[in-house]
Design a protein around this ligand. Structure first.
Ligand code: SAM
Length: 216
């Protein structure tokens, strides 16, 4: 079901120049997005826009997911932390990229969403994604350090605590800005310190909650 629609979405992302990575292309084809959205929205799952997943939250737009994932530069065997599990689709894609020897820890602050994300991920028989219910704005101290960290919610500034949970050579990708518009930012940890670069275009993510986010 929806196989042709998935191929068309992948072709669209390639044609628009967003999807450049062969590994991500394969991962997208193996990780059907309709399995991660509510049943009444499945028909829209292969359009390039975000969709509601309940509790005022969204599954990100496919082109945004492709941009962030490629910016992250994931490799086989890596240990990754995601803040903002949402539907679980981003985690499932990352699990394909790290392979069996890699691990994905993903944190979700809304317990119901974490529960349905777990179920979504199980549908694909993925075993290397660990969904944790909790506030991820300060990261996951007990599992640090990480090769990669991805924050799929808007942060008002680069979260210091998370930056410090990166390995040397590691990368953090996070949309940084106001509640309404953010710039995609990548931070690299080198032996000499941290380097940061941002994309010129703006994105609109739901807010990161908690200490390093937008406190309610
Ligand atoms: N990556 C998701 C996917 O593939 O569907 C989309 C994430 S959605 C845009 C952002 C998610 O971040 C929401 O589910 C929200 O509840 C969660 N969130 C916001 N602040 C958080 C925090 N401090 N810790 C953990 N999750 C948080």
């Amino acid at each position: 079901m929806f196989e042709q629609e998935n191929v068309e979405l992948v072709n669209y992302l390639k044609k628009t120049g967003v999807l450049k990575s062969k590994a991500l292309e394969k991962a997208l084809l193996k990780t059907p997005r309709h399995l991660f959205v509510p049943e009444d929205l499945q028909k829209s799952a292969y359009k390039d826009y975000p969709l509601h997943i309940g509790r005022g939250q969204t599954i990100s737009q496919p082109s945004t997911v492709a941009i962030m994932t490629q910016f992250l530069g994931t490799k086989s065997g890596q240990k990754i932390l995601e803040i903002g599990t949402g539907s679980g689709w981003q985690s499932a894609l990352l699990s394909r990229l790290v392979g069996r020897r890699g691990k994905i820890f993903t944190m979700e602050i809304i317990p119901d969403l974490a529960e349905s994300a777990k179920k979504n991920i199980e549908k694909l028989n993925i075993k290397n994604v660990f969904v944790i219910v909790g506030n991820g704005s300060l990261g996951l101290e007990k599992e640090k350090p990480f090769d990669r960290i991805i924050i799929t919610a808007a942060a008002p500034a680069i979260p210091e605590a998370l930056k410090n949970q990166l390995k040397t050579g590691g990368r953090l990708v996070v949309p940084v800005g106001s509640r309404y518009a953010q710039k995609m930012t990548v931070i690299k940890r080198t032996r000499k310190g941290f380097l940061s670069e941002e994309l010129p275009s703006y994105f609109a993510f739901v807010p990161l909650r908690g200490k390093e986010g937008f406190e309610e």
